[in-house]
Write a protein that binds this ligand. Structure first.
Ligand SMILES: Cc1cc2nc3c(=O)[nH]c(=O)nc-3n(C[C@H](O)[C@H](O)[C@H](O)COP(=O)(O)OP(=O)(O)OC[C@H]3O[C@@H](n4cnc5c(N)ncnc54)[C@H](O)[C@@H]3O)c2cc1C
Ligand code: SF4
Length: 334
């Protein structure tokens, strides 16, 4: 492993100064970054540990929003009464992620910045196959090889990787915003727009395989802000090969507002189907004013699924994702 320096600033300003060093990287819980360093995916010269920044792990109500500090661990978020009361899908997503030990360490800020679980990407260097994310221009072994984890929305021939985070999908469904801090100030970005699909990255003139999110260099996620919607109920569904300590095949988060059995507002996000959470915008609009019934959900969600483009190994995801979305909406509205 390459040698690196390590600093643990006590104040936000100190972190930004340290991050100005070339090849500096933030570390929070370290459950993801240390794996990248072991595999040769990242080789930072300087680690800036933000774990002690005061107030960055707090969860509290702030006016009409629930504010979740980026340093809150997945267990803290999952078990917090305010999350249970106002953002149940997020709490469920956190508690379905990883193992109890990892959730005690893993932060929700670092979680949304984890990278794909594509087997061709997660291997120790040097690679003997093509992976455009690891070595730009080397090709994509997944497209002709094991594609069972591949994206079905928004992917390109350069990369078909998916984003593996559970909490990210719930945050996207709940219309959360990320509060981003940097040396030049604070800005907010809808979590739905934080990540890029490969097609979006290429449309913005970026490399579809390597461009993954819209964070600027030196910018940190300080918190997530979730609008309070007392009339809505949400839930999160994770479909995986075994019931514990496994990444998802497909996930679905749904938030439903019902009036006398009729849908007043609806939000649905799918996970593990793209390099970003995938909102089912057509179904969300079409179902407002409809009764909460499986038949109408099926018809509306099928229209969003028409956009899916699959590889031989990932074709099963089309139906699995559709069914997961229907189940999540029915459960949220039940
Ligand atoms: C065995 C295993 C199983 C797992 N299973 C699941 C699962 O089922 N579902 C799931 O969702 N996740 C799963 N994970 C992922 C885990 O939840 C993440 O590794 C963890 O949440 C990352 O948080 P961290 O604080 O450890 O990040 P770190 O490893 O410290 O950092 C990860 C990345 O985020 C950056 N970063 C960290 N915090 C910030 C911030 N506030 N602002 C800007 N950049 C930041 C770092 O620079 C780095 O690039 C699993 C991980 C492991 C190791
Ligand atoms: S899908 Fe992306 S991460 Fe996986 S092998 Fe292809 S380029 Fe690499």
């Amino acid at each position: 492993m390459k040698r690196f320096t390590y600093d643990r600033p006590q104040l936000e300003g100190g972190a930004f100064s340290l991050l100005e060093q070339p090849e500096a990287s933030v570390i929070a819980g370290g459950t993801e970054l240390l794996n990248w360093m072991r595999l040769g995916i990242a080789e930072p010269d300087h680690l800036v540990d933000i774990a002690r920044l005061p107030g960055w792990g707090e969860i509290a109500l702030d006016g009409e929003t629930l504010r979740i500090g980026a340093l809150a661990t997945l267990n803290k978020v999952g078990e917090h009464p305010l999350v249970d009361a106002h953002a149940r899908a997020l709490g469920e997503a956190c508690l379905l992620a990883a193992s109890a030990q990892l959730r005690n360490r893993a932060t929700i800020g670092g979680n949304v910045l984890q990278r794909t679980r594509c087997v061709y990407f997660r291997a120790e260097a040097p690679l003997t196959w093509g992976c455009n994310k690891r070595q730009p221009g080397s090709g994509c072994a997944a497209i002709a090889g094991h594609s069972d984890d591949a994206a079905i929305f928004g992917w390109s021939e350069s990369c078909a990787a998916t984003h593996p985070s559970d909490p990210l999908v719930a945050l996207a469904c709940l219309d959360a915003e990320a509060e981003l801090h940097s040396a030049s100030g604070v800005r907010r970005l809808p979590v739905c727009d934080l990540h890029l699909s490969q097609v979006e990255a290429e449309a913005e003139g970026e490399d579809g395989a390597t461009a993954e999110n819209r964070l600027e260099r030196g910018e940190l996620i300080a918190a997530y802000l979730i609008p309070l919607r007392p009339a809505s109920r949400s839930t999160y569904l994770k479909v995986r090969d075994r019931q514990s300590f496994a990444y998802s095949r497909v996930t679905a988060a749904a938030s439903v507002e019902l009036e006398d059995g009729v849908i007043g507002a609806l939000r649905i996000a799918l996970g593990s189907v793209a390099q970003r959470p995938w909102r089912l915008g057509r179904a969300e609009q079409a179902l407002v004013g409809e009764r909460l019934e499986e038949a109408s959900l099926l018809a509306a969600i099928e229209r969003d699924m028409e956009e899916a483009r699959t590889l031989p190994g990932s074709d099963y995801k089309r139906r699995l994702a559709r069914n997961a979305a229907i189940r999540a909406v029915m459960a949220a509205g039940a």
